[in-house]
Design a protein around this ligand. Sequence first.
Ligand code: IPE
Ligand code: IPE
Ligand code: MG
Length: 250
Amino acid sequence: MPQITSSTREIPETDSIPRHVAIIMDGNGRWAKNRLMPRVAGHKQGVETVRGVIKNCIERGVKYLTLFAFSSENWRRPADEVSFLMQLFIGALEKELIKLHENNICFKVIGDITKFEPKIIEFINKGEQLTANNNRLTFTIAANYGGRWDVMQAIRKMMAQYPNHPFDFKEENLTPYLSMNYAPEPDLFIRTGGECRVSNFLLWQLAYTELYFTKTLWPDFDDNEFDLAIQSYQQRERRFGRTSEQVQVL
Ligand code: IPE
Ligand code: IPE
Ligand code: MG
């Protein structure tokens, strides 16, 4: 288990290579539209980008990769697009789980998966069990995930654990119940596709994360684009509330 610290309470370990990279993979629809293709063609191509990013993380020594694949708000999309995304998810799980395992990758899903069809839930559970002891990279998919949902489900679990506790809970009482309790908070957040918003992704965990936004559409996010994001991260000074002078003598 990694050392889990809250960036608002203790300064987490930092390094030139981010330990945890969290990505909002956006721009698939526009990528397809630019090519006069249906939106779903962009989603299909986006899966190829995921493969490349996993490979990149392994090569560079990133230990945690978290990808936002489907938000709790994405159910608002046209039914046929939602259904295509579900089929794509099933297909990718079916094809890739063994490969992830062979590559010593631990696979996790965060989000309210109870809303998915039974086949998806079964694949997720099997995949998580199969890869539970792998330690080269922890690869998390956020599916039917929302940052506010995460905080709320954690509060519910915490309250159930301490039904008679007076109401003086602290941050560290809540964090074990958050869905990413197994990972350090993200060091680097990337959003492709040009929008500069967080869209209800990891709200709690992004408190001190370095944010990187690029106009590049997700299907075009290649090795070089990933390098640019890492280079940008390496130029940041992470101060966690301190002054620059204090950080430099640390
Ligand atoms: C991101 O690409 C993929 C999902 C949200 C599943 P989009 O589908 O949002 O692509 P754009 O933003 O419409 O281009
Ligand atoms: C965010 O993308 C969610 C995922 C990438 C899964 P969206 O394209 O749905 O975000 P908004 O709604 O435009 O902010
Ligand atoms: Mg989008």
